[in-house]
Design a protein around this ligand. Sequence first.
Ligand code: 13P
Length: 250
Amino acid sequence: MARKPIIAGNWKMNNNIAQTKALITDLIPLVADAKCDVVICTPYTSLATAVEMCKGTNIKVGAENVHWAEKGAFTGEISANMLVELGVEYAIVGHSERRTYFGETDKTVNQRVKAALAAGLKVILCVGETLEEREAGITAEVVRRQTKIAFTDVAKEDLENVVIAYEPVWAIGTGKTATAQDANDTIKIIRDLMAELYCPKCAENLVRIQYGGSMNAKNASELMAMPEIDGGLIGGASLKAEDFNKVVHF
Ligand code: 13P
């Protein structure tokens, strides 16, 4: 069974409602014939607009984070059920910006993954090494640890609901892309771990692994030609309809 490619935009803290409407209006006809899954992850304030506009189209909508508790005294947080109620289908979990700036740990990533899945969301789980970790030669160790902990107590039945995004931190927003071969090699390490944790067939057939980090209209086709790379998580290049469309049509 071939793994279906998935291209997702991560808008980060960009686009107010008016900009959201303009971008999605441009995007809908452009990506209508896409052969891959297309997802846009927007700020919370744009989600209702995005869900409404993308109804009946091939664009799925995701949030950029989700809390692990069902409800309670967690000022500023949003639960999985709140997202489901809005019609949101995906949530990014464990983005390196959350890990770096907001104290996200492997343990809280795991809690968020489990809560999102329990509520029926699909997860885009981000892992990736920093520049220091890469230079110290511990990339494999870091992505294996992050991935292993993130999947603690996640059932095999949920594997098709989790997309892993390998995002080397040094490549995010820097214009530096991992070489296609490097990205492929690290993604293979992650897939081999998934084979160990679950089963070789599950890892081969069910687990989709994206690359993220300065992926754009120019380098998408080379990255997507690699056998282990099943998609992309796109930051900057997802903010312009033309650019994102070129990645979608890698
Ligand atoms: P850039 O594509 O802007 O490097 O961002 C990648 C990213 O962090 C997507 O989640």
